[in-house]
Ligand binder design. Sequence first.
Ligand SMILES: Cc1cc2nc3c(=O)[nH]c(=O)nc-3n(C[C@H](O)[C@H](O)[C@H](O)COP(=O)(O)OP(=O)(O)OC[C@H]3O[C@@H](n4cnc5c(N)ncnc54)[C@H](O)[C@@H]3O)c2cc1C
Length: 249
Amino acid sequence: MTKYLVPNMCERVVRDASVVLSARSYLREGIGDGIFQKIARDIAITSIFEGTQLLQLSLITSQLTHLARAGRRDETVDVGLLSDLATPARSWNPSTTRVRVADPGGDELVERWFGQSAFALDLLASEPRAVAAVQSLRREAKALQLALATNALPGDLSLARQYCILHAAASCLQIWHTNRGRLSPESAGGEWLTLCLERLATMACCESPSPSWGGDGMGGDLGNRVFTWMLGQLERGELFSLMPLELAQ
Ligand SMILES: Cc1cc2nc3c(=O)[nH]c(=O)nc-3n(C[C@H](O)[C@H](O)[C@H](O)COP(=O)(O)OP(=O)(O)OC[C@H]3O[C@@H](n4cnc5c(N)ncnc54)[C@H](O)[C@@H]3O)c2cc1C
């Protein structure tokens, strides 16, 4: 899912940035020594190598009924621990070492946030835009469950794409939920979370922003706050990250 969604989002961001940069995005010399041209070219390979986007979606499609099933067959996953940014990842110790491409279990993250007994929304109550986006994502999750249950699968790869979006949104929610106590005030406040959820909800339901979410296309005041935070990181020579990230020397 990450291999499909991240390159896809990066390509979108670069495409959108090229609209703003206009001719500057096209020139290979002069402006910023043509670095944008190099970024645009380099980004394009990420959705091709190590399995093209279509291949990723095709693989996910073949596993959708497993992924959408609640719980796992053979072990319980502690999603809190899994998403705890202060705890090193557990060593990989699967119950079977048999080589397999597909995961026969469910998806705890999507189930937790968008499943039947979905996690409480009161966590986000202070941010109505986040609540609206989560509600929209839950509607999409319900529609997807229904399509899988009734076997009303379209011939294209749209359900797999939809699932990737839901998983990304559930990951954002879980990362924020588990780590907000130790994040900097800018990350813990969750403005980034609201913007991510709104963007993902927009991708899931339609391609143009929904006015019912109350924000404008640029993220309004929330967008400004996140922009100021990101600009501060850039000016201090830091990478954009929820937690401080040490740069390689
Ligand atoms: C700069 C660069 C570096 C690379 N480095 C490496 C490397 O280090 N190691 C390595 O192993 N490879 C490497 N590759 C190769 C890369 O992994 C392949 O190009 C990539 O996997 C796509 O394969 P292909 O180009 O043969 O396209 P094809 O497999 O011919 O695919 C053509 C089209 O058909 C679609 N398609 C194919 N099969 C399916 C399917 N089952 N379902 C749905 N759609 C399908 C594809 O999505 C694509 O749109 C590199 C490529 C480049 C350009």
